[in-house]
Every structure is written in C-alpha cells, then in structure tokens.
Design a protein around this ligand. Structure first.
Ligand SMILES: Cc1ncc(COP(=O)(O)O)c(C=O)c1O
Length: 343
C-alpha cells in the first residue's frame, strides 16, 4: 500500500515543524523567558514553566512503548485522542466511513474539515453489518475508516473477523479506536499491527483515570506516523500532563486494581439491571452500559432529580440511555433510584 498516495496533496508536500530538542548549556533559540515561576508550580513535577514542553514527549513515549512492547517510532501522541482524529482527517481527508451509532467526534470533525462522511448502520446485534459495510468500502473507497471497538455507545466489541475483513478489503486506512480496550475481555488489534500497513490503533489514558491530562496516542506504521506528524501542532502535549502521566503510569498496580473493580462493578450492574422489569441492558466490554427503556426522557429526568446524571442517547439509539460505571456506592445509589422509577 502506498501511504503517500493517500495523503492530501497540501499535506504531502509539507515538512513537519522542527521542534527537536538540541542539548545545550545556554538556551536562546525559542523566544522563551529565562525566568520561570519558582515555588509551588515548579515543585509539583520539577517542571520549568518558562521552557516549552518536550515536543516529542520522549520519556512518556518510552514508558508506554515499553509497556505495550511497541517501538517508539510507531507512536504519536495527541491532546486526547480527539486531537488525533482531527489530525488524521486533516492529513488524509475524506471520504470518511464509520458505522452508526458510534463515537460522534468522527462525524463532527469530518464535517468541520469539509470531508465527505459515510455512515453505515450496525446490525441488530450492534456488530458491523459486514456485507453492507464491505460493499460501501468497495464503492466509496474511503480514505479513512473509524471503528470504535469496544464501541461507544453500544459497549460491545465488533467481531475481530469482521474488522479483519474491513482492513483487508480497504484501500484506505482503518483506525481501530480502542479507547475502552482496558475493560474488554479481548486483547484488541495490537498483535496485528505488523501484518497490516493500513492499520492504525488509537488508545487513550482518559478512561483509566487520567482524563484531566488529555493524553491519547496512535500506534501505526512509521510512514503513517510521519505523515500525521506533519500536521501536529509542535507542542501539543503540555509539560504537566507529560510529567504527571509518566509518574502515574509507574503505578501499574493502582491502574490494574481500578480497572478490575470497574469491570466487576459493570457485571454487577448488568446483572441487577437485567432483574429490573421494563428495562433492557446490553452487555458491555467497556466502562459503561447502554440500556433501553420505554420512556427514556422520563427516566433521565427522574434520575437527575435525584442527582444522578446519565446520558440520554435516544437520538442516536432509540429508547436508550447510557450509564457510566461509578464507584460501588454510586452504582448502588443508581440501581436503587432506577428501581424506584421503574416500579
Ligand atoms: C470511542 C472514543 N474514542 C475517543 C474518545 C476521546 O478520548 P480522549 O479523551 O482521548 O480525547 C472517546 C471519548 O469518549 C471515545 O468514546
């Protein structure tokens, strides 16, 4: 596959902004102030506030690369994966294909950037409607295909076999957005990266306790990374996020423990919701559960009156609300109020 040919011509001729760090004794090249703010701010993470952050987030990159057993050249960070979606569509343009319902940012960003968006409904089990999807891939030849697996808001993983078919048939790039992978029972698509040059995997730290930092990353062939890097804003990751994430990721035990609790709470929620009459919860591989009720607006407002905020997704998935897994205490309160509303 010739990646270069897929890139928009305006981007193809670009050179990435050169913001490499050059070791030196006296730094007078970047129009920074020589004076930082000593005291509390700098002491938090040993950051010098007067200097631009590391444009390549090297320390963090090495840490995550080692953890996932991936080479650093296969990585690109975004200020959240939202930013990477923006960069991918800026780099390659449309048509952009994705199943619906799914994460809304694919469509929003595509439209904002003037790309053609193509939406194919999921099948009745919320899996890819593979015949229709492949037909659309062959007919429309999308430059980019976004597959959120586990899918937001339905919570299921698409079948690996169907994802593979899409990757094999597509002449464009297939982005498997694995934002919720840490909560899934399947391992995801990382092991396939070496076999498919048009495969991009997107992950984020947002769902595992670090949403405030805005840190997403994509893993792909270095050629794709190089092209997308041309449109990346030079200092897209601030120094505090880099430092806090690096420190936090060293506490692997804490991450594992919270993910384990969320997964077991998700199963408890599902079981209890299945026992409540008048509601249909869908099994989930993510940190939320989609559920159908006969009057979503009433259930939404009644929960909110009790101070419990869920997402009303009636516009995207008929009759459905989405609840994020909280702490055991929060989940119990949610179940209690839900039962009262539906009894
Ligand atoms: C499927 C999916 N991808 C990406 C994101 C965005 O993640 P980030 O916080 O890294 O921008 C979300 C957020 O809800 C999501 O559901």
């Amino acid at each position: 596959m010739n990646i270069r040919k897929l890139v928009k011509k305006e981007v193809s001729s670009l050179k990435a902004y050169n913001a490499k760090e050059i070791p030196c004794r006296i730094k007078l090249d970047a129009n920074e102030s020589p004076y930082g703010f000593s005291g509390a701010v700098e002491r938090i993470a040993g950051i010098r506030t007067n200097r631009y952050p590391d444009p390549e987030a090297k320390a963090l990159k090495l840490l995550i690369a080692k953890d996932l057993k991936i080479k650093p050249e296969n990585f690109l960070f975004g200020n959240g994966s939202d930013e990477l979606i923006y960069y991918l569509i800026t780099t390659f343009g449309g048509p952009v294909l994705y199943p619906v319902p799914t994460f809304t940012m694919y469509g929003i960003i595509c439209q904002a950037l003037g790309g053609k968006k193509i939406e194919v409904p999921l099948d009745k089990d919320f899996d890819l409607d593979i015949d229709r999807f492949l037909l659309t891939v062959r007919k429309e030849r999308p430059k980019l295909i976004f597959l959120s697996s586990p899918n937001n808001p339905t919570g299921n993983c698409f079948s690996a076999e169907r994802i593979l078919k899409v990757i094999e048939v597509s002449r464009g790039i297939v982005i498997v957005d694995e934002a919720y992978q840490p909560f899934a029972s399947e391992t995801g698509m990382l092991p396939l990266l070496a076999d498919y040059r048009n495969l991009v995997i997107m992950r984020t730290l947002s769902k595992i306790g670090l949403a405030a930092l805005r840190l997403g990353f994509m893993i792909a062939h270095p050629e794709i990374i190089g092209e997308v890097n041309k449109v990346r804003l030079p200092f897209n990751l601030n120094a505090f996020s880099q430092a806090v994430a690096a420190a936090a990721l060293k506490r692997k035990g804490e991450f594992r423990a919270s993910i384990k609790t969320i997964v077991s709470e998700r199963e408890r929620l599902l079981e209890e919701m299945e026992r409540i009459g008048g509601i249909l919860p869908f099994p989930s591989e993510a940190n939320f559960i989609l559920f159908r009720v006969s009057d979503p607006a009433r259930v939404y407002t009644s929960l909110l009156k009790k101070g419990i905020l869920v997402r009303n997704l009636n516009d995207a998935v008929r009759g459905c609300l989405r609840v994020t897994v909280g702490t055991p205490k929060e989940n119990t309160a949610f179940l209690r109020e839900l039962k009262k509303i539906l009894l």
